[in-house]
Write a new protein. Structure first.
Length: 226
């Protein structure tokens, strides 16, 4: 299993060496939002992770159907800070028409290449889009409940990890597999980082599971630790 996290201005992490010691092996950084917002800690997170040799990706939070302004906003950040080892993700939590969603996805594919982008989405957000076809890119799914029956808020985050090893997330309709599972919306405490003020939303890739081979690992997966 490879354990990662989601970083943005909400996280006060500044000691990336301690984050690495706590078992975090990759991260996704929120870098941009809409047409002109840049996350205030994005560049700091990218530099800190790079310094520690922790693979990372970027994500852009979609706010509306305006295609080129959002692509341009992310591109400006990439021009200034470099392209991330784990690619870029489109964070879909805003209601769009299926036509607008398809146009947005295509614009990001045309700009960066289909093998270098991904989609972050939960089951409900995908339903709001009208259950479009599988996007054909790397998929990062947010699913905090398993069959609407289990919801975890343990004080020890490793307890959650052990439970999740035996499960699969509920994915959006029409998705053919997944690569990343964000398994909790809680900011679980990681003791070695001196929490709470700094907490992490955790993500993992079940690379040791026999069923992982059906989940279409992206070509850049080699950037991740073994």
């Amino acid at each position: 299993m490879i354990l990662g996290c989601d970083l943005s201005h909400w996280n006060g992490v500044t000691d990336y060496a301690k984050m690495k010691q706590a078992g975090i092996q990759f991260a996704f950084i929120k870098v941009t939002q809409g047409a002109n917002i840049i996350d205030g800690r994005a560049a700091l997170h990218a530099h800190g992770l790079k310094t520690q040799g922790i693979p990372y990706g970027y994500y852009h939070f979609v706010t509306d159907s305006a295609t080129q302004p959002q692509v341009d906003n992310l591109s400006r950040f990439i021009d200034a800070n470099g392209f991330p080892p784990l690619g870029v993700f489109i964070d879909i939590e805003t209601k769009l028409t299926t036509i607008a969603w398809a146009a947005l996805l295509q614009a990001f594919k045309d700009t960066y290449g289909a093998d270098k982008i991904g989609v972050y989405c939960g089951w409900n957000s995908w339903n709001i889009l009208g259950n479009p076809p599988d996007p054909g890119v790397t998929k990062w799914v947010a699913n905090y409940k398993y069959h609407n029956a289990v919801y975890w808020k343990p004080s020890n985050y490793r307890e959650t990890i052990e439970k999740c090893k035996t499960l699969n997330p509920v994915t959006p309709n029409n998705w053919a597999g997944w690569q990343y599972w964000q398994f909790t919306g809680e900011w679980l405490p990681v003791p070695s980082l001196g929490y709470p003020p700094r907490r992490l939303t955790l993500i993992f890739i079940p690379v040791t599971w026999p069923t992982f081979t059906r989940r279409h690992p992206p070509r850049w997966m080699s950037a991740l630790p073994n």
